[in-house]
Design a protein around this ligand. Structure first.
Ligand code: AKG
Ligand code: FE2
Length: 303
């Protein structure tokens, strides 16, 4: 018995239709592939362009004034025009900023001194830390917990910083006075609990602290080795200029709005620094930190 094949028998018309359908499908498939390739190329192009723009502009907008790995044997000085801020305050000849700017030096404080101060900061701050990302220890209230060694190193370091500021800005160092607040700071990456812990906001020291005319920062730890983030940023109208902290590095600047600045958020590790501030107004002068007469020696604080 022969088996008959069921189905529609092909006529010349039906096979022409079939071919047309096949051709249509192939064309549709090809154009969908073309679409995908074009979209991919466009996406790659746009991503490339955005990355290029980001890196080129970020480079244009951020300049490193001094990197952590450099060692400055002489102050690196950048002058900027003084703001009008100082006109709102009494003028003190030989001190009130008329030459403004910022400078960085690695030759005023030795690494050994920075390391000693760092150990004292660690000890003092372990007694008085905050819960947030930033803790400060006022040097005057902290003096007692840190002892005589601290008082002595601080006195020497402070007078050398005062001298280099006076030389750089053409001042009479005798007309400059230490002012409040002058403090140790410790910053890590834990989140801030109060607005006082939010150290990263742009600010002007003369506005924030009132009495400041010259701010100096003595760094006690190294950017990139002991902590990440935490660079100091001068926020100029056209670009950001950063200072990378290094143990023993001193950065100083006139405190008005010509030196708007902030500190980048610390992303890992711990950053230690001391803020030492000077005023021209004797009414805001404070003494060097000292130990109360007859204070008893705290265990482990004197050497
Ligand atoms: O720690 C720093 O680098 C800067 C701190 C600061 O801006 C300040 O104490 O006013
Ligand atoms: Fe500041």
């Amino acid at each position: 018995m022969t088996v008959q094949r069921r189905g529609i028998s092909k006529t010349p018309e039906s096979s022409a239709i079939e071919k047309k359908i096949k051709r249509g499908n192939a064309q549709r498939q090809a154009s969908s592939w073309r679409g995908k390739v074009i979209t991919l190329l466009l996406l790659t192009g746009v991503t490339g362009l955005v990355s290029w723009m980001y890196f080129t502009w970020a480079d244009d907008f951020t300049h490193t004034l001094v990197s952590r790995s450099e060692i400055l044997t002489q102050p690196r000085v950048f002058t900027v025009e003084c703001s009008e801020d100082y006109k709102k305050y009494k003028f003190f000849p030989g001190c009130t900023p008329s030459k403004c700017g910022r400078a960085i030096t690695d030759s005023v404080v030795t690494l050994e001194e920075a390391q000693k101060l760092r150990r004292l900061a660690e000890r003092g701050l372990s007694l008085a830390g905050s819960d947030g990302g930033a803790s400060i220890l006022d040097l005057h209230s902290g003096a007692l917990s840190m002892g005589k060694q601290f008082v002595n190193i601080y006195r020497d370091v402070r007078s050398r910083i005062q001298k280099v500021i006076a030389e750089t800005f053409g001042l009479d160092s005798k007309q400059m006075y230490l002012t409040k607040p002058t403090f140790f700071s410790r910053i890590n990456s834990t989140s801030a609990k109060t607005t006082h812990d939010e150290y990263w906001h742009p600010h002007i020291d003369k506005e924030t602290y009132g009495s400041f005319d010259y701010t100096s920062l003595l760094y006690l730890s190294d950017y990139g080795l002991e902590f990440g983030g935490g660079r100091f940023v001068f926020m100029d109208p056209s670009s950001n200029r950063t200072v990378e902290p290094r143990a023993g590095r001193v950065s100083f600047f006139s405190s008005g709005s010509e030196n708007l600045h902030r500190v980048e958020k610390v992303t890992w590790g711990t950053r230690y620094a001391i803020t030492v501030s000077f005023t021209c107004d004797p009414d805001y002068a404070i003494d060097n930190p000292s130990l109360p007469v007859g204070s008893t020696r705290l265990k482990g604080t004197d050497e």
